[in-house]
Design a protein around this ligand. Structure first.
Ligand code: SF4
Length: 257
């Protein structure tokens, strides 16, 4: 709210129009006089307009104020009436488009989550080939392998986003499990490399005995299920050399010629 000290004072006639402004606020409050509280201040808008502020004692509007703009030089008339949030007002959070609000875990079976035509994570790809085109079948086979058989494929931005998300996620190099591991996925026999441009850094864990099974893991992630870990299975107790003692003294056998 503008501080009176920061602006020139409104004309006397506008500043004195408190009753007119209050009446307008009460009318806007459906005649509930009690909902228009104390007069807080009057702020100059320009040479012929000023706004009177009243505390709003309206249920559910803590910290809000009635703002009533009056105008005129000699004769004062009513401008507009509004209920405005103050610094302490409880207001709704800034609106965020649903496409940015929705989280992966919000999607339930049967729900649809359409992708925008201009979603930057996707780019148009090779969609179809004319069957009469010479070599169409071979080209299609190669195109399918490269991912061009689909209308759209992931853009470099989309791949980069995914890579960042996976790297900083539960199966990235910074995860607690990875930091405690003595060997990484990149050298593990259970690591199934991804195809395409993400191949160098990501794969899927195929070890059904570990939490990462079926998840995309970073090559520098790791866990105790690494295929090449050697665990010493020997006894942890020192074992003395075996001695057989039946208590019978044995005489040496005399040597024969
Ligand atoms: S078993 Fe562990 S080290 Fe091996 S790929 Fe899976 S998560 Fe990585």
């Amino acid at each position: 709210m503008q501080d009176l000290a920061d602006s020139a004072a409104p004309t006397t006639v506008l500043a004195d129009a408190v009753d007119l402004a209050r009446a307008a606020a009460v009318e806007a409050a459906d005649g509930e006089t009690a909902q228009v509280g104390e007069h807080l201040e009057v702020v100059r808008e320009d040479d012929t307009a000023a706004t009177h502020y009243f505390a709003a004692d309206k249920p559910g509007y803590r910290g809000w104020t009635w703002a009533v703009t009056v105008m005129g030089a000699d004769e004062v008339t009513l401008g507009e009436v509004a209920l405005l949030p103050g610094a302490d007002a409880v207001v709704a959070p800034e609106w965020v488009p649903w496409t940015e609000r929705v989280r992966a875990e919000d999607l339930a079976p049967g729900d649809l989550l359409p992708v925008d035509e201009d979603d930057e994570r996707l780019v148009p790809a090779h969609a179809a080939l004319d069957d009469d085109e010479p070599g169409a079948e071979e080209i299609r086979a190669v195109a399918d392998e490269l991912g061009f058989g689909r209308p759209r494929v992931m853009s470099p931005e989309g791949r980069f986003d995914a890579a960042e998300r996976w790297t900083s996620g539960d199966f990235g190099p910074g995860a607690e499990m990875a930091r405690a591991a003595s060997a990484h996925c990149g050298t593990c026999g259970f690591y199934l490399s991804l195809g395409g441009s993400l191949r160098g850094a990501f794969g899927v864990c195929g070890n059904g005995n570990v939490p990462a099974d079926g998840h995309v893991v970073h090559a520098e992630y790791g866990c105790g299920g690494h295929s090449e870990l050697q665990v010493d299975t020997g006894s942890v107790v020192m074992v003395a050399e075996l001695v057989y003692d039946d208590g019978v003294e044995m005489d040496p056998v005399p040597a024969t010629d």
